[in-house]
Design a binder for this molecule. Structure first.
Ligand code: AMP
Length: 218
């Protein structure tokens, strides 16, 4: 199973991918998480990515394609994986097809997280992430038991720099301009499975699992 989770920022791709990955043991490959790790580690790649990310722009295609090429070659990806936040442009999608065809594989499904922009700004400004384990919370819909502290590991909860309202609006514009064309790309290939991402996290998870069931059954 090689699934692409596609949708605007804040649509729940990351939350759902993490949950599915934990339950089914399928690796979740998030280019956003990989880039944030590079920033924390202070690598040259991280420093150049930060400049794009802090203003809500996309990191250049060749950078993220390189990250995915390297990550998909690791042994844990042999049984399949979920791509969360990649591809985000048509050139990334065609590069993905090319690198998968080198190993005689292909994308099996693209799950589209459908939701109105108006719901996303509120979702993203309330989002908090654990600096230690990456667990995600929301001040209104999924608050931690203790303010600012992760329920799972006791780590500090922070707001991502790019979850500020001005940057969020830029990220949404970038999504509509550069990523939305992928909806048609996967629809034409008969791979697109839309889910209603405005529903509760549990309801979305049930829908995601039912769409992926065909791929994960032995
Ligand atoms: P995310 O955590 O998926 O919302 O990504 C956060 C930021 O990382 C994005 O706003 C981009 O700046 C960058 N990023 C993540 N994935 C990609 C990608 N596939 N292509 C280009 N930039 C990306």
């Amino acid at each position: 199973m090689i699934s692409v989770f596609l949708g605007p920022p804040g649509s729940g791709k990351g939350t759902q991918a993490k949950k599915f990955s934990a339950e089914k043991g399928v690796p979740q490959l998030s280019t956003g998480d990989m880039l944030r790790q590079a920033i924390s580690a202070g690598t040259a790649l991280g420093r150049s990515a930060q400049e794009f990310m802090s203003r809500g722009a996309l990191v250049p295609d060749e950078v993220v394609i390189g990250l995915i090429r390297e990550r998909t070659q690791r042994p844990d990806c042999q049984g399949g994986f979920i791509l969360d936040g990649f591809p985000r442009t048509i050139p990334q999608a065609t590069a993905l097809d090319a690198l998968l065809s080198e190993i005689s594989r292909e994308v099996s499904a693209a799950i589209l997280f459908e939701i109105q922009d108006s719901a996303l700004v509120a979702r993203l400004t309330g989002r908090r992430t654990c600096v230690t384990c990456g667990a995600m919370y929301h001040l209104l819909s999924m608050p931690p038991r203790k303010t600012g502290v992760c329920d799972q590991c006791g780590g500090e909860l922070i707001q991502r720099d790019d979850d500020r309202e001005d940057v969020i609006r830029k990220r949404l514009a970038v999504y509509h301009q550069q990523t939305a064309p992928l909806v048609e790309f996967y629809r034409q290939r008969g791979m697109l499975s839309p889910v209603d991402a405005s529903a509760s996290p549990d309801a979305v998870y049930r829908e995601v699992k039912s769409k992926l069931a065909v791929d994960t059954q032995p």
